[in-house]
Design a binder for this molecule. Structure first.
Ligand code: AMP
Length: 284
């Protein structure tokens, strides 16, 4: 069935109220739209874990820097609603920006440590925008659970921190990255890539896999693991934004993967003008 499309905060609050009165458990999947199988995997898991799934489709202006791709970010509300319908989503919040940030809007959420490195260091203000919109969505929908992808690994840690610190009482579920058959992490931004760039973009996942193989064969020092990723980026002619090995929860840089430690290797690189990210657990 086609999902109910909620355009305003007031409509959404009324829908949430009636849902709460019915006692049904709600799962929320926040997105920026142009949906792919990665988004759909979150919706399907929401269906498994709750009675009702709602999604949001909102290209959030506060998480884009002034020189980033806000105006050209891909959009396809009709196609997205069809995907939501087939994933069993009951309601979709698709507001205009002024509904989320009306005149006089002045409240922002800053998650400190975990926002600082990686994408946070290269995209000033990005996680402030993410944390603000996610907090607003969690307050509006009051879901029992909300699902996010590990594809945006730092974002997931930022959201876990804000949920805990603000006592929001929402179970945050992190879901594995859904990939194309050749390993490329699915992303709405893959739509920007020419066929040649689409091939070159494989260097991110290939580099992470090479580092993981190296780690399994006993090389655990960060410089060697990072170099394995860099070799793939360079071979494909991609410009590195960062390659870092960090603790999987605090995201602090690690000098090596210790036995039994859960570490995460993260990469961001430009394929032409398109910035892509990917990450993998490493070691253990
Ligand atoms: P976005 O629309 O890019 O803001 O993403 C919305 C949600 O979908 C976020 O929680 C993302 O982490 C998640 N997501 C995006 N791409 C993938 C993917 N390839 N696999 C799993 N989750 C994803």
């Amino acid at each position: 069935m086609a999902p109910l499309v909620l355009r305003t905060v007031a409509e959404t609050a009324a829908w949430v109220d009636s849902l709460r009165r019915s006692g049904r458990r709600l799962a929320l999947v926040p997105t920026m739209g142009f949906l792919h199988e990665g988004h759909v995997s979150l919706m399907r898991e929401g269906r498994r874990r709750a009675d009702v799934v709602a999604a949001s489709i909102f290209v959030n202006p506060t998480q884009f820097g002034p020189k980033e791709d806000l105006s050209r970010y891909p959009r396809d509300l009709e196609g997205d609603l069809a995907k939501c319908a087939s994933a069993g989503v009951e309601a979709v919040f698709a507001p205009v920006p002024a509904e989320v940030y009306p005149p006089g809007y002045q409240t922002y959420v800053d998650v400190e440590q975990v926002s600082q490195g990686l994408c946070g260091a290269r995209r000033p203000g990005h996680f402030r925008g993410v944390a603000t919109v996610v907090t607003k969505l969690l307050c509006l929908f009051k879901p029992q659970l909300a699902l996010f992808g590990e594809k945006d690994y730092q974002q997931l840690q930022v959201i876990r921190a804000l949920e805990r610190d603000l006592n929001l009482g929402v179970e945050i579920i992190g879901m594995p990255t859904v990939r194309e058959a050749d390993g490329l992490a699915m992303s709405s931004r893959n739509a920007y890539l020419s066929p040649e760039d689409r091939q070159r973009a494989l260097a991110l996942s290939r580099g992470l896999a090479a580092a993981q193989a190296l780690c399994r064969s006993g090389t655990r020092e960060t410089p060697a693991l990072v170099a394995a990723v860099r070799r793939e980026l360079e071979a494909a002619g991609l410009r590195e934004d960062y390659v870092e090995l960090v603790d999987a929860t605090s995201l602090t840089p690690l000098p090596a993967v210790s036995p039994g430690q859960t570490a995460r290797l993260l990469v961001a690189a430009f394929v032409g003008s398109t910035r892509l990210i990917d990450n993998q657990p490493i070691g253990g």
